[in-house]
Design a protein around this ligand. Structure first.
Ligand code: 5CA
Length: 451
């Protein structure tokens, strides 16, 4: 992409309404624009990151054996009356009446709709286990939408639903989700710690939230610092194997880690004092096992092996996709701007032409652009006729992990400058070597451009 042809409305001023770094930086970097309270338009740069996160979520869900689909945002109130949640959900639910006076709602979550699909089409235990998921916009009329996309009213969520014959099978589904989430967040460059939490309006006994530690997080968390040494890493897991998934769950949940809702002072005090931590975290996902809470009242049964109908055991599993954009920035920025992890960056590298209009510099930039594109790398080429300082400031603000700077002086010696946004270190290299470095940096992150 050439910056002169792109739509990147960066702001010079720090927006006064933004209280935390990620909100400020998303506005300044031209990623989002508020449409109304808690509702945002995703401008091209923000949309690109959102798509990258969606791609990672899809890849990891499909890897775990889960099946993608798409349900609507608007739902009929009747289904929610069946589960009893139409009244129970309260003012967070946006209720709408259509022209035929039918009660509708903008879905805050999808347990009812998916259970209705299941009961219409699945009749036998032989069709189980089944996990369906989608990535769709949700609406919750939060009392205090704030921090930009972190606590929005309209937000993008991946929500998945498992249907199993027995509690044991459903717990395997729960564990499988936990494993797939660990992989998902690590690919996004995040450490998200599973913590025992409260199940709230979704219900059920077993639930873990995934928290990214950050001072600006809305949840208070209590944990044993040993948990932060754990990494999922490159391990290969057979998702169909309950023992393997359970072992990962045990490894990642055996240390004390809880949100304030379930915090237990006595258990916490049993941790050696130097490892006790009280901090704040951003909730980027939550998994639930709730048994037959929805299947029983809604009649979602299958014929069991003995021919008798049994209600299925279910769980639901959410990832806050749009919130993650903010969470990643909270975890990775400095005073100059965003620092994208390689797995989610909107462009792989910036090309800065120090002397636009100089034949040699222009040709060198074009050549870099072409060879990066041929490798599947997406460059953002700042081809505007602007001062170098302004170009650097824009690149630092939007946070691409790598920058290649091209100027007549370097070109005389056959070199360009490759700079890491994270470390600030620069190296002068022949252009082909700079590109080899980039290819290496992105090996393992998949080079498929996202839109
Ligand atoms: N049905 C279940 C799981 S599919 C569910 O709705 N879970 S949830 O309520 O925990 O939401 C899942 C994730 O969505 C949360 O972990 C959080 O990351 C994200 N989320 C929830 N509310 C908001 C909000 N107002 N703004 C942005 N993200 C949100």
């Amino acid at each position: 992409m050439r910056l002169s042809r792109y739509f990147l409305p960066v702001l010079k001023e720090t927006p006064a309404e933004a209280q935390i770094a990620s909100h400020r930086l998303m506005l300044r970097a031209g990623m989002i624009k508020q449409a109304s309270a808690g509702i945002y338009s995703w401008l091209p740069l923000g949309f690109k990151v959102l798509r990258k996160l969606e791609n990672i979520v899809h890849e990891e869900q499909v890897r775990a054996g889960h099946i993608p689909m798409l349900m609507p945002t608007l739902q009929s109130a009747d289904l929610w009356r069946e589960s009893g949640r139409y009244d129970a959900y309260g003012p967070e639910m946006l209720r709408i009446r259509d022209r035929h006076e039918r009660d509708m709602l903008y879905g805050p979550t999808n347990e009812e709709l998916i259970t209705d699909i299941f009961r219409a089409h699945v009749g036998s235990y032989r069709d189980l286990p089944l996990t369906l998921y989608h990535i769709q916009w949700k609406f919750r009329d939060e009392v205090r939408p704030r921090f930009g996309v972190m606590r929005g009213r309209e937000f993008l969520m991946k929500d998945g639903y498992n249907f199993d014959l027995t509690k044991e099978d459903a717990l395997h589904s729960y564990n499988r989700h936990l494993v797939s989430y660990l992989r998902t967040y690590e690919r996004m460059g995040l450490q998200a710690i599973p913590m025992r939490a409260d199940s709230g309006p979704i219900g059920g006994d077993d639930t873990h939230e995934f928290l990214v530690l950050a001072e600006t997080g809305e949840s208070e968390v209590f944990y044993d610092s040993a948990i932060t040494d754990l990494r999922f890493g490159e391990r290969v897991i057979d998702y169909a194997d309950p023992a393997q998934c359970r072992a990962v769950l045990e490894e990642f949940t055996s240390r004390y880690a809880r949100t304030d809702e379930t915090h237990d002072e006595a258990l916490f005090n049993a941790i050696p004092e130097e490892r006790r931590r009280v901090a704040r975290g951003i909730e980027v996902g939550q998994i639930f096992y709730f048994g037959t809470k929805y299947s029983e009242p809604m009649g979602a049964t299958v014929q069991g092996p003995d021919g008798k109908p049994v209600p299925v055991h279910m769980g639901s599993h959410g990832i806050g996709v749009s919130r993650l954009v903010g969470a990643i920035i909270e975890a990775s920025h400095d005073e100059r701007g965003i620092i994208w992890p390689e797995g989610v960056t909107p462009f792989h590298a910036g090309i800065v032409n120090l002397k636009q209009g100089d034949d040699e510099a222009d040709a060198a930039c074009e050549a870099l652009y072409a060879s990066m594109t041929a490798l599947g790398l997406e460059p953002l080429y700042d081809d505007r006729d602007e001062r170098a300082g302004g170009k650097f400031a824009t690149m630092d603000l939007i946070g691409l992990p790598w920058r290649i700077t091209v100027g007549p002086r370097g070109l005389k010696n056959g070199v360009v400058e490759l700079t890491s946004r994270r470390t600030g270190e620069s190296e002068e290299l022949p252009p082909e070597q700079a590109i080899e470095r980039l290819a290496l940096a992105y090996a393992g992150h998949g080079l498929k451009p996202a839109l």
